[in-house]
Ligand binder design. Sequence first.
Ligand code: FE2
Length: 256
Amino acid sequence: MVRHQFLVLAFAGSNPAAPAIIMKYNIDVAAEVSANGYGWLNGAGLDPTSEELKGLEDLAPLWDDLVLDPYLKVEGTTRLRKYSRYDLDVASGDVARLSHELFSQGEEHNPLFGGQERKFEPCPPELDENPYFLGLAGLIRQALPDIYGHWQMRTHMVRIQVTGGESAQPVPEGPHRDGYDYICISMIGRTGVSGGETTIYKKGEEAGTRTLINPGDGLILDDRRYTHDTTPLSLIEGNDSGSRDVFLFGFEPITV
Ligand SMILES: [Fe+2]
């Protein structure tokens, strides 16, 4: 229902598209997603000479400028973020920023914030031409069903910050769907923290688990078939603070 509202806004608010790039991982993640409904991304498998990996290094400092998420009130957990929407053209792979809007999720998917409109600062413009961002979009595009010509790509830059003796919760809502067709978690970097193991479940049964550690690690997941969760983060001894920086994406077709 919600997705039907996007088309007019999408094209009315879009900026010129950045050209397509396809990320070069050393396994065919898109084929795994098509076959199994999920695929893990291994950052160590990125071509070390690639433009995309350089793009990933350029991205990391942008996480230092994220803005406190005022809606999250979980003791010990500080979340900073920015959010923007993009149009992904399946045929061409072009990625174009859409007009900025409030963010909301259905109550059935997010027990903490479902039904609430949340206002986040937009992602910085540098993102729009970044080879890692575009490469990831290009990779995911290969896994998306091509019966839809355009997909809305909800893009969240998120930092979970840990200070003091508390543990921080990257996913305070527990195992859940995000409410899209496909989602992606992509590790930008983590420092001074342990934990943060991501597990996916199919019909309540554990289907896979991995801790995203290295930049470029990640998960592409069919959000309709699996739920996901991530364990709390704790400071590694000797650190006063730490953080876990990720990209979170939600993909839904534009079907009007
Ligand atoms: Fe989620």
